[in-house]
Ligand binder design. Sequence first.
Ligand code: P1T
Length: 389
Amino acid sequence: MSKERKLENYGFATKSIHAGESPNYSQGAAGDVVAPIHLTTTYAWHNPEQKVSDFDYVRSGNPTRKAYEEKLAAIENVRYGLAFASGLAAETTIFQTLLRPGDHVIGFDDLYGGTRRLLDDVFNYLSVSYIDLTDLELFRRSIRPETKMLWIESPTNPLIKICDIRALAEIAHSKGIIVVVDNTFMSPYFQQPAALGADIILHSTTKYIGGHSDVLGGAIMTSDDALYEKLKAAQNNCGAVLPPFDCYLNMRGIKTLAVRMEQHQKNALRIAEFLENHPKVKRVLYPGLPSHPQHELTKKQASGYGGMVSFELKGELSDAVKFMDKLSLFVTAESLGGVESLIELPVKMTHVHVAKEVCDAIGISDTLIRMSVGIENVEDLLADLEQAL
Ligand code: P1T
């Protein structure tokens, strides 16, 4: 027995802490305040016609994963959450389940490099157009009779481009196209794509949701019953599920998502302003800056700007490498969304497998640097950047 809570009426932080984790007050129950980690891989039946609980085998379901999936759905303000072993495992499940050979996908031209690699190398039986989704007319013109899916990142990785999710979803839905938003960069704290028309929301939970750079994972969230049923069946059939201990760690991470995101954003804005005024910096890409081309749109469709800042140094590749080598507090590493500040050079790291012509065409230059601004004292981060510049 749980005490009745109207979770849907609570604010984001309250849901983050309590969703999926209502104590069981029944006689004989332990009354755990924190959802326990269930490590069993299989569940007893009274007899072959009667299970003891709803669970039978861990790949199909597990109480810790169930609690985590309820929390995921609650923070994204949708009905269902599904947990996967990585962001790319979640993406694989979507492409494999919802698309057939010959189907056409439209994706942002500046998607995470691994998403492009997955589409181009593994799902090479699909046709994919990578276009600039800030251009609504271009999107309209790119739709074909066989277009089945629109794949959005907003902001994109690493150029921090923002697209009008609501306008794109309206056009897509008028043609029966499924809209997927990879919401990894903003996290559900700053952006809730379901309210803007997204059918499916995807996260690499390895980033802000986990929040501590120590758990690989992915998530799919949706309110669409039919999509959920298909994706849930695929989660079990394909088996790329998140283990119970990792579900527990991510639940623990989510409880501080609201306070972490506020601090990531505060630090990111200070750093973006500092860089914008630095003579060695060519341009800064951060939606919180009035100079960002989609600053106003971001204010309209999100409640914040996030913690990801990209910038271009004046000079050439060797200058970027030298600058990054001189940093001591910022760690040069791929990934993002953890409490510690990370920095990376996309042409040499996250986007090394994206063809040079593609990088040149969309503006990923040799000196474009991406930062995941952490929640350290911002003065220490600024001092590190200053000395390295
Ligand atoms: O790494 P994984 O959990 O499989 O997630 C893939 C992924 C999906 N979507 C976005 C927007 C991402 O940024 C990522 C992973 N990104 C990095 C590792 C990176 O450094 O950008």
